[in-house]
Design a protein around this ligand. Structure first.
Ligand SMILES: *[C@@H]1O[C@H](CO)[C@@H](O)[C@H](O)[C@H]1NC(C)=O
Ligand SMILES: *[C@@H]1O[C@H](CO)[C@@H](O)[C@H](O)[C@H]1NC(C)=O
Ligand SMILES: *[C@@H]1O[C@H](CO)[C@@H](O)[C@H](O)[C@H]1NC(C)=O
Ligand SMILES: CC(=O)N[C@H]1CO[C@H](CO)[C@@H](O)[C@@H]1O
Length: 358
């Protein structure tokens, strides 16, 4: 494997490589990791499907080449999956009678169908390669997010695996209660993160995911109309008004104006220049609790990468269902619960999952 020689280079050279490299996750990152949730391990599929990680990476390397937006969508998908009811791929479930899908709910509207399609295609490939239903959809989402980060030029890192898939989509009220709106300021953001045991450092680092991706006018038009948000830099406000000329305009713009498709620390440079797109972005600089970290990440990309990996892996373990809990399932279709597996009431599964919180 190409990874081997790199791992033998002196630490400094490796750090430099990680900074410059847009190579996928074949570079084995040393990195700092949070404690693993019970039931998860870096080696989970080592025996049952050793090719799994390579298959995901290979699929994405080519898929992202033809659609760069896919990487951003997959990074975002992992956030939404984990924030809402834990990392159990419930976000992928299509509606069934009496159970509206998470995909239809408001904060989800910009998740791209391409991301869902990619996850299902990866699942099909894995089933063939592993000789059966082995890898869960929730793990595919986590792996796809990891590879998307690396393909965008971000850090390579290891993903703890062994998540099982949830049986039901979250109700609307749960979704709305889990995902803070883009108009949120730091205290509100922290109140959401606190519920899932993430802190202010996690908030600043995870917000760096906005280094890629696009947003709809509706997510930031309140900063332009009727009155312009005074924290917006004047030139940037003008740009946004070109894209969204009036309230209700249907258009999108990049989250990170400097390097919209590269996973780097320029998002924090945007914030220093008052060019953060959402209130929830810009307030990270305005608020004195989070400001020092924004300043640090803007100056030191390695520090951002280090903390992003730590926080993203931590987030990736929220309320996981594992073999040990004997709850959840490995879906045969990421968009639908397995037929016949609907006997267990969701509340029971949820209660079991609660015991596995980080
Ligand atoms: C900044 O965030 C902290 C932490 O949530 C909060 O206590 C403080 O009131 C905020 N400052 C302002 C000016 O909103
Ligand atoms: C959408 O935004 C682009 C620039 O970002 C702009 O040229 C275009 O006119 C906008 N479309 C509409 C319908 O406003
Ligand atoms: C997967 O499930 C969805 C939702 O029920 C369905 O529309 C789709 O056809 C299924 N795909 C396959 C390959 O069976
Ligand atoms: C990927 C996906 O299915 N996104 C959906 C999010 O919600 C909107 C509005 O209901 C749908 O149109 C999208 O298809």
């Amino acid at each position: 494997m190409a990874a081997r020689p790199v791992a033998l280079l002196p630490a400094l050279a490796v750090a430099a490589l990680l900074l410059l490299s847009s190579a996928p996750a074949s570079v084995t990152a040393a990195g700092r990791y949070p404690p693993l949730a019970p039931g998860l391990s870096f080696e989970f599929y080592k025996k049952s499907c050793p090719k799994a990680e390579g298959i995901v990476r290979e699929y994405l390397a080519s898929a992202v080449k033809s659609n760069v937006g896919l990487a951003a969508a997959l990074i975002r998908l992992h956030f939404h999956d984990c924030f809402v009811q834990g990392c159990d791929a419930s976000i992928l479930l299509d509606s069934t009678p009496g159970q509206p899908s998470e995909q239809k709910s408001i904060p989800n509207q910009t998740l791209r169908p391409a991301a869902f399609k990619a996850v299902n295609e990866i699942r099909d490939r894995l089933e063939k390669a592993c000789g059966g239903r082995v890898v869960s959809c929730a793990d595919i989402v986590a792996l796809a997010a990891r590879d998307s980060v690396a393909l965008g030029g971000g850090p390579a890192y290891k993903v703890p695996l062994g998540r099982r898939d949830g049986l039901a989509p979250a109700p609307d009220a749960v979704i709305l209660g889990a995902l803070p709106p883009p108009s949120s300021t730091v205290p509100t953001l922290l109140s959401f993160l606190d519920k899932i045991k993430l802190d202010a450092t996690d908030l600043v680092a995870l917000s760096g995911g906005h280094t890629v991706g696009v947003a709809h006018c509706g997510s930031f038009e309140d900063r332009l109309f009727p009155t312009q948000d005074a924290t917006l830099n004047q030139w940037f406000a003008g740009q946004l008004k070109n894209t969204c000329p009036a309230k209700g305009a249907v258009n999108t713009t990049s989250n990170d104006i400097r390097t919209p498709n590269t996973f780097d620390n320029k998002y924090y440079v945007d914030l220093l220049n008052r060019e953060g797109l959402f209130t929830s972005d810009q307030d990270l600089l305005t608020n004195t609790t989070t400001r020092p970290l924004v300043q640090r990440f803007a100056l030191d990309q390695a520090a951002f990468f280090d903390q992003f990996v730590y926080s993203y892996v931590k987030m990736g373990q929220i309320h996981v269902l594992t073999t040990g809990s004997s709850k959840g399932q490995v879906r045969a279709n990421c968009s639908a619960r397995n037929p016949g597996d609907h006997l267990l009431p969701w509340s029971v599964v949820e209660t079991a999952a609660e015991t596995l919180v980080l």
